[in-house]
Write a protein that binds this ligand. Structure first.
Ligand code: HEC
Length: 136
């Protein structure tokens, strides 16, 4: 069931990415896992997937699972739940980090202020996301 819902979501995001729109989860509490699924994940899928999802884990960072996201990349944790200032992922997407190693993310564009605010809000509220499905 969850898989089907996710599939539809990804398709919708792919369709919306072309139009520059993305679904807005109005009224979802940023401390709830649904906020990640409905508001944060679409941003990552649209802007980070080619380098950090599926087979791609540039910089040692995979954004595929909760475990992988919390583990971080080559330089260690990139998300500190509840602490935006210590979360390297935010420093990089704000383009406030070093010019190189790691460079600003995504390397060839900058997220909209609204998208950056959404990711910041999510980390500030505790970076809640659904638990990974049990692996066999
Ligand atoms: C075009 C490829 C590309 C895209 C798109 C991209 N990244 Fe990266 N990312 C990299 C590479 C390559 C590195 C390794 C560091 C470097 O070379 O600067 C990296 C490193 C990182 C790191 C640091 C990992 C560590 O431990 O040093 C974070 C955090 C990160 N990316 C987050 C993101 C996020 C979030 C997005 C989407 C908003 C994104 N990246 C989009 C290529 C990409």
């Amino acid at each position: 069931m969850r898989r089907i819902v996710l599939g539809v979501g990804v398709m919708a995001v792919a369709a919306l990415a072309g139009s520059g729109l993305r679904p807005v989860a109005a009224g979802v509490d940023p401390a709830k896992p649904e906020f990640y699924t409905e508001s944060v994940k679409p941003i990552l899928v649209a802007h980070c997937a080619m380098c950090h999802l599926g087979a791609n884990h540039r910089g040692g960072l995979s954004l595929d699972t909760k475990a992988a996201m919390m583990k971080g990349g080559r330089d260690g944790a990139v998300i500190v739940a509840g602490d935006p200032a210590k979360s390297m992922l935010l420093t990089l997407i704000r383009h406030e980090g070093p010019a190189d190693n790691p460079k600003p993310m995504p390397p060839n564009e900058k997220l909209s202020d609204a998208d950056i605010a959404t990711v910041t809000q999510w980390i500030q509220a505790g970076a809640a996301m659904p638990d990974d499905p049990a692996t066999p």
